[in-house]
Design a protein around this ligand. Structure first.
Ligand SMILES: [Zn+2]
Length: 428
């Protein structure tokens, strides 16, 4: 009854979001072929819209985006293009009503500015609501967010006080920096508030899950799913969350500038939301680079935008019954690769697993400062650091070559990036 009231109140407060949700739910009932046709139509429409309404696309698509254009002939949009051309990418000019600026995390270390409107946020939230339903969430059910981004949190300082909004059935905890005391109070809050979903950065949720396991805290059976987002989700993190919260972990794929790209279903397959985006995998220098086109962003069209992630589209269908096509996401970004003295590229998961079995490590980060050289930043006691240092040095040199240099730097803490993400491995 209360859930129903909350849902009605929320619907009243966010009419646009629910209006956007309706067609999204209808798309889930389409067949795969029908969806593909829909996507094609939306993509063509977006290209014409961008060519007509923005200076940037008008110039860069000159002579290419005619009526019979070849999509793969359209140039790739890089982050550098966005940094230089963002004003010229806005449809309808910069002085239009309601235009706001936000920043992406900037995995390259430098935040990237982009423009958006409230409508884009409502579309994003509608897309997220559709995703939640994959876990059995229903409108009105509670969602507890752990957002780590400094600029998201600034406006929500006293979160527990301010965000207890009856209508939203949603609360957000500022998880930028935290201590054991915070983890304890969050776990207690989950016990008393009994949310249906937990959502946040993989590293934060995994940390919380490990805390809950260590303290053997009982989590409420109301939790139907954990939505991991914004960071690579490692297997050990998924396992910790599944065991601590006794539910399925759903891995979301998207970025701030183009949200809701895909979702890993309960069967473990990644689906592309092909009614919201067109995803392409383009081979460049032995890598399959992912390009995304937002099919709904008419404020600042993003067409064939290079995300900085690697992956590929997959044929076939999933037993979960979703008509959305499948993809594979490599568990690393280009700048998370480590280069050996011989020029071999090593995936971050190799390094992450090197620490399997060691205890007493609070935080860590592998950093490559020069080719053939790696530093492990470690928050741990001196004895642990010494043991890890010796063990890893011989292992790394055995696996990656005896000229690979390795050392451990003990540190007090490892700062998160400005967006709040923790990166386990940082390449050159
Ligand atoms: Zn599936």
């Amino acid at each position: 009854m209360i859930a129903r009231l909350k849902y009605l109140a929320h619907r009243q407060a966010r009419p646009q979001r629910y209006r956007f949700l309706k067609p999204l739910l209808a798309h889930e009932a389409m067949g795969a072929e029908q969806l593909q046709h829909y996507q094609q139509k939306q993509f063509n429409a977006m290209v014409s819209f961008a060519t007509e309404h923005t200076e940037f696309y008008r110039n860069s698509y000159k002579g290419i985006a005619g009526p019979e254009f070849n999509p793969t002939a359209l140039p790739i949009l890089t982050k550098q293009d966005v940094a230089k051309q963002r004003d010229a990418m806005v449809a309808g000019g910069l002085n239009q009503f309601g235009l706001k600026t936000s920043y992406t995390g900037g995995s390259t270390g430098k935040p990237l500015a982009y423009y958006y409107t409230d409508e884009k946020i409502e579309r994003m939230r509608a897309g997220m609501m559709r995703s939640y339903r994959w876990a059995g969430w229903q409108q009105g059910d509670k969602v507890l967010n752990f957002w780590g981004s400094r600029h998201d949190i600034r406006k929500h300082r006293k979160l527990f006080d301010r965000l207890r909004r009856f209508a939203a059935a949603e609360q957000t905890l500022g998880a930028y920096e935290y201590t054991e005391t915070d983890l304890h109070s969050w776990a207690q809050h989950i016990q008393s508030w009994k949310p249906t979903l937990l959502q946040g950065y993989a590293s934060i949720l995994a940390e919380l899950a490990r805390f809950v396991q260590r303290r053997q805290m009982r989590m409420p059976s109301t939790i139907k799913g954990v939505f991991s987002t914004a960071e690579v989700l490692y297997d050990w993190q998924r396992a910790a969350m599944e065991s601590a919260f006794s539910c399925t972990v759903f891995n979301q794929y998207g970025s701030r500038e183009v949200p809701n790209i895909g979702l890993q279903c309960a069967q473990g397959n990644f689906h592309v939301f092909s009614d919201l985006v067109k995803l392409e995998s383009v081979p460049v220098d032995d890598e399959n680079r992912l390009l995304v086109t937002s099919l709904t962003n008419h404020v600042m069209p993003m067409i064939r935008y290079e995300l900085g992630d690697l992956g590929r589209l997959k044929e076939g269908q999933c037993s979960c019954g979703s008509p959305f096509p499948l993809m594979e996401l490599d568990v690393c970004r280009k700048n998370d690769l480590i280069v050996t003295p011989g020029g071999q590229m090593i995936y971050p998961s190799y390094f992450v697993h090197l620490l399997d079995g060691f205890s007493g490590i609070e935080q860590y980060q592998f950093v490559q400062q020069a080719p053939g050289s790696i530093v492990l930043k470690l928050c741990a006691g001196q004895q642990v650091a010494d043991t890890v240092g010796q063990a890893l040095k011989s292992r790394i040199q055995a696996d990656l070559g005896s000229t690979m240099s390795f050392r451990v730097d003990r540190v007090e803490s490892i700062p998160r990036s400005r967006s709040g993400k923790h990166r386990f491995v940082i390449g050159l």
